[in-house]
Design a protein around this ligand. Structure first.
Ligand SMILES: [Zn+2]
Length: 346
């Protein structure tokens, strides 16, 4: 039912559209276009998220499905006297995971300047290497070397760069012949691609969802308040689509959809979870149930903000989260398939 080429293509386009949390307009525009190509009406919310609504056979218990396009990133904190940049983090990550990464500074006048994240004392031919791990654990010990001739704060300012400019990391999005997708920011662009994959499948086959369903594309998840606003008030159920945690001690893998039983904010709705599990079984969709011990979602944000609804969380299994991540097309397929099954089921 799911068109995996469509879903993968949308994912790669999204991955190649920078959207650090707080600077997400281009990614929202891309998703908006994708929904409008499917003839699904959209509107933007007050704080810049996107709401796409598919009318259902019934609308007595409307549903919302959310995913986030905002990603980890940085912001220029300071222009150093030697022209290099100090950054402040957007979202939570281990600074060592960006050391050596290419990046792009997005200036106020709409230009971009490329650079590389380095340790302040990077050259082993000058500095002793024994404190390299200590340095890599501290964002204060990293800097951005710009690909421009600058050796002073004035020269960097003349490039159009100012404190407050957003910085995005090179995603290095790659689809391998073996079906793996490795990239930064699969969290949660893989989830959003799966949502579109499900919407496309229903639209292509002229299937009307069981209930009126709002697709909420969130823009501030990584900083904790994404879906705190914008989910329509009469929503009876919220299905959050966000990355499944894969790694030591987890049951999830890169070939399945993860169903989250509990995260740091507590258990997800039991009734909804049981329904999702049985839907996956009935449709032959590979799924794994897991507890995410160090994790919060837009579901937690919506509940804390007072949403009175059943909330569930599913997502493609993603390895190496908040660093150079990886999933497999099979996980995309499983996630999109479960969303499509959920949309159709009473
Ligand atoms: Zn996420």
């Amino acid at each position: 039912m799911i068109d995996l080429n469509y879903t993968t293509d949308i994912l790669l386009k999204l991955l190649n559209t920078p959207s650090p949390t707080g600077d997400t307009d281009a990614a929202i525009a891309l998703v908006e276009q994708a929904f409008s190509a499917l003839k699904i009406a959209t509107r933007r919310t007050g704080k810049g998220a996107l709401l796409a609504t598919i009318p259902g056979k019934k609308s007595d218990a409307p549903r919302a499905i959310s995913g986030h396009v905002d990603t980890l990133g940085g912001m220029v904190k300071e222009i150093k006297p030697d022209g290099r940049l100090k950054i402040s983090n957007l979202g939570g990550y281990y600074p060592g995971s960006i050391v050596g990464e290419y990046c792009t500074v997005h200036t106020g006048d709409g230009k971009t300047v490329s650079g590389t994240v380095l340790l302040n004392r990077q050259s082993v031919h000058i500095h002793k290497v024994n404190n390299i791990h200590e340095q890599a654990a501290d964002l204060q010990q990293t800097e951005i070397r710009l690909d421009a001739r600058t050796s002073s704060a004035e020269e960097t300012a003349a490039l159009g760069i100012s404190v407050g400019d957003f910085v995005s990391w090179e995603p290095r999005a790659t689809l391998t012949d073996s079906g793996f997708i490795k990239s930064r920011h699969l969290d949660d662009k893989a989830g959003v691609a799966a949502m579109l994959g499900a919407a496309e499948a229903l639209s292509r086959r002229n299937i009307i969802p069981a209930q009126t369903t709002h697709f909420y594309i969130s823009t501030f998840e990584e900083v904790g308040h994404g879906a705190a606003a914008g989910i329509p008030a009469n929503t009876a159920e919220l299905l959050v689509v966000d990355m499944g945690v894969v790694g030591e001690g987890q049951t999830g893998d890169e070939y399945s959809v993860s169903i989250c039983a509990k995260d740091s904010s507590g258990p997800y709705d039991l009734h909804l979870r049981r329904r999702l599990e049985s839907l996956a079984r009935a449709n032959g969709i590979p799924y794994r149930v897991d507890v995410f011990v160090s994790y919060g979602s837009d579901g937690s944000a919506a509940l804390r903000a007072g949403l009175d609804a059943r909330v569930g969380l599913i997502g493609p299994g993603v390895d190496g989260s908040h660093a150079y991540e990886r999933t497999h097309q099979e996980a995309l397929q499983a996630t999109a398939g479960l969303i499509a099954a959920y949309l159709q089921k009473d």
